[in-house]
Write a protein that binds this ligand. Structure first.
Ligand code: C5P
Length: 403
């Protein structure tokens, strides 16, 4: 955890299985220097008891709007004024609907209306509920009203389904609140991220590709969205669902990725080349399926693809440009070499081919280098790592572009 936020944070817990994660969130927030008060909806108390949050926050938990004792201790208006920020985690579809429509029939919805401080929402629900048009309309409405969304993330859900709807991990939520406390947030900043592998066709049925899952790039897109950025995601073929708020451009080949990136670059403030772009493509793509030959050996002629991140970094009006380096050895010297030769502002390097981390893994560790510094981000899950990396990119971007 980097900086003490020294903030008064009001955490509202709604009724969902992710409520148990919010207990950890209280612990992390307090560890980072925040003072935390908790309110719980009636349904939330079916999942976790107020006693848990009382013990972790060090304060009585507020549960009711019309309770004389609670109102006497700290009334709901007073509580709303006390908070530097309101975080609703987990936020249910029902609560999003209520807030979007201005209902005020319980403690949280009333408090939301009374709140003048920034409001953050970490939704948690079944993936179909999240994708339902009415939920997305409510989300859009709340965003228009200035509410910041953290997540949800894609993955396995408590109900057994797979998709978007998991509440972001407490560490990621905590990190977003930390980021928000600095001037390093990405409100109004245009972030372009390329992610996943590329596919280079040989003939109508075969292609050359690699093991990139796209997880790091997609997690970075989510982290940038959480920090308030406008995000465009140029993605090669992956098995992931892009964050709903990102502008997604799907591509297959390196040339298509190059063209898509270049078409967006004029309005880009930060470009992150997280894709595993194929270095070569077939010199000639056969129109018909290549037949087996009599010879034991066969040769495919390859032609170099353009280096996308280097093309961006060498533009006269280049955005803040971030590259990746996946290496099996001599990480630092290769990464620093690429930082210079590709004219990057920052490079995130990791080992591949080891027991843990790298391609197609849920976890990773990074060594990050820039012209006059470096930082090690320890092995953790890719979403948390992405949040930490985005926070570092934000810091360096603002250092280079002071407002
Ligand atoms: O040179 P190398 O492929 O190791 O560099 C990796 C970095 O360069 C990554 O950021 C990757 O996205 C980018 N790259 C690119 N276009 C290529 C090859 C790599 O943008 N053709």
């Amino acid at each position: 955890m980097d900086i003490a936020i020294n903030k008064r944070i009001l955490l509202a817990v709604c009724g969902g299985i992710a409520a148990y994660k919010s207990a950890e969130l209280v612990r992390l927030l307090r560890k980072s220097g925040a003072e935390v008060r908790v309110i719980m909806t009636e349904a939330a108390q079916q999942f976790v008891t107020p006693l848990t949050f009382q013990a972790l926050s060090g304060h009585a938990v507020h549960t009711a709007l019309l309770d004389l004792t609670q109102e006497q201790a700290m009334g709901h208006i007073h509580l709303a004024r006390w908070a530097d920020c309101l975080i609703i985690a987990p936020a249910t579809a029902d609560m999003l609907a209520k807030l979007a429509h201005g209902l005020a029939d319980d403690l949280l919805s009333t408090l939301y209306l009374a709140a003048e401080s920034p409001v953050f929402v970490a939704p948690a629900m079944n993936q179909a509920m999240w994708h339902k048009t009415v939920t997305q309309e409510n989300v859009a409405k709340l965003k228009q009203h200035g509410v910041s969304f953290i997540g949800p993330e894609s993955g396995e859900q408590a109900c057994g389904e797979l998709g978007f709807g998991r509440m972001s991990e407490p560490a990621a939520i905590c990190q977003t609140l930390l980021n928000d406390s600095t001037s390093g947030a990405l409100q109004g900043v245009n972030v372009l991220i390329s992610a996943g592998p590329t596919r280079e066709p040989l003939d109508p049925v075969r292609f050359i590709s690699n093991r990139s899952s796209g997880k790091m790039g997609y997690s970075l897109a989510q982290a940038a969205l959480d920090a308030g950025a406008n995000v465009t995601l140029v993605s090669g073929p992956v098995q992931l669902t892009a964050p709903a708020q990102a502008n997604l451009i799907k591509v297959e080949t390196a040339l298509e990725m190059h063209d898509a990136v270049m078409s967006q670059i004029a309005s880009t403030d930060i470009y992150i080349g997280a894709a595993a772009v194929a270095d070569y493509r077939a010199a000639q793509v056969e129109a018909k399926k290549i037949k087996k030959q009599q010879d034991d050996n066969s040769v495919i002629h390859l032609q170099k693809n353009p280096d996308i991140v280097a093309s961006v970094a060498n533009l006269a009006n280049k955005p803040f440009t971030v590259g990746f380096a996946a290496e099996t050895d001599e990480l630092e010297s290769y990464a620093l070499g690429k930082l210079r030769s590709k004219n990057l502002d920052l490079i995130a390097a990791n080992y591949v081919g080891q027991a843990e981390g790298g391609f197609d893994s849920d976890r990773n560790a990074l060594y990050v280098y820039w012209a006059d510094g470096q930082r090690h981000l320890a092995m953790t899950d890719k979403q948390q790592l992405a949040t930490q990396l985005m926070s570092l990119i934000t810091e360096k971007y603002h250092e280079k572009n002071p407002t």
